[in-house]
Design a protein around this ligand. Sequence first.
Ligand SMILES: Cc1cc2nc3c(=O)[nH]c(=O)nc-3n(C[C@H](O)[C@H](O)[C@H](O)COP(=O)(O)OP(=O)(O)OC[C@H]3O[C@@H](n4cnc5c(N)ncnc54)[C@H](O)[C@@H]3O)c2cc1C
Length: 291
Amino acid sequence: MKSPDFAYVRADTLDAAFRLKAQHGADARWLAGGQSLLAALAFRLSEPTALIDISRIDVLQGIAVNGSMVRIGAGTTHTTIGESDIIRRHVPLLADAVPHIAHTAIRNRGTIGGSLAFADPAAELPACCVALEATFVAASAKGERRISARDFFHGVYATALENDELLTAIEIPAAVAGDHHALIEITRRSGDYAMAGIAVALRRSDDKIDRVRLVFFALGDKPVVAHVAAGVLLGTDLVEDQIERAAKAVSADLDPPGDLNGGPEMKRHLAQVVLKRALLQILNNLMRMPA
Ligand SMILES: Cc1cc2nc3c(=O)[nH]c(=O)nc-3n(C[C@H](O)[C@H](O)[C@H](O)COP(=O)(O)OP(=O)(O)OC[C@H]3O[C@@H](n4cnc5c(N)ncnc54)[C@H](O)[C@@H]3O)c2cc1C
């Protein structure tokens, strides 16, 4: 199938982007890496009147540490994030997530802002951002606002962004001593979207877990936070029995829809598998750390 006709315009600054959006109206869409949008156009799942290319706006690029926060420009590609020393050191969960996203060619053009705004429930970065308690910066001609990752995802391909807003940056608290993380997913083939996955971020002090975020992807219409299973882990140390108990509890957190990969029961089973693998990975890493 061929995409419908559309106008193409490029903005080199945020102000130009907002001007072009006002000019082309509600049916104009932002174009970042094009890795999801152009496929949607080819299948006529989306029929915008105009694409506003935001990929060359300087302020949307780059990764920096600002005090205790890491700021990632929304236009930063998956590859740049995966290769960044700042990310490896301060937000290692994202560095671990990137190799799971599609293939090199897609990671070279696809952007973190595009992935979050597209809000595919099987994508890795939305779940990581919820697990890391990230904040998203959205801007329009009216000004800027901050939205917590927790409140950003509304459903399949649906977010808190207004039609005239674009994401400019993602702010993530830098990891501190005692922080541990894991990202585990199950796919049919390397590079496919996950059949089930989990992003885990936890903090230990005095041999006890005092913060934990277990966030599933591909198991709901948006990233799913497992509060019940997290409750099992809080205040305890990470030991195999406790991991088993958390895995048993996780069914209460999930109501997974069936999809092409399998029915709800299989999805519940996969949720237990990824949860156990992620927590055991953290436990194994802890056991390798010098006392
Ligand atoms: C074959 C294939 C396999 C893939 N596998 C995976 C995978 O395993 N995991 C995964 O996470 N992703 C996967 N992807 C998607 C990939 O990660 C995309 O790069 C990403 O979802 C979209 O990023 P983009 O920059 O290309 O956005 P675009 O395609 O340019 O845009 C996507 C949507 O976001 C909007 N948008 C873009 N940037 C902004 C912004 N700054 N503010 C507001 N709205 C914005 C656009 O208007 C559009 O609606 C896959 C894609 C393909 C083609």
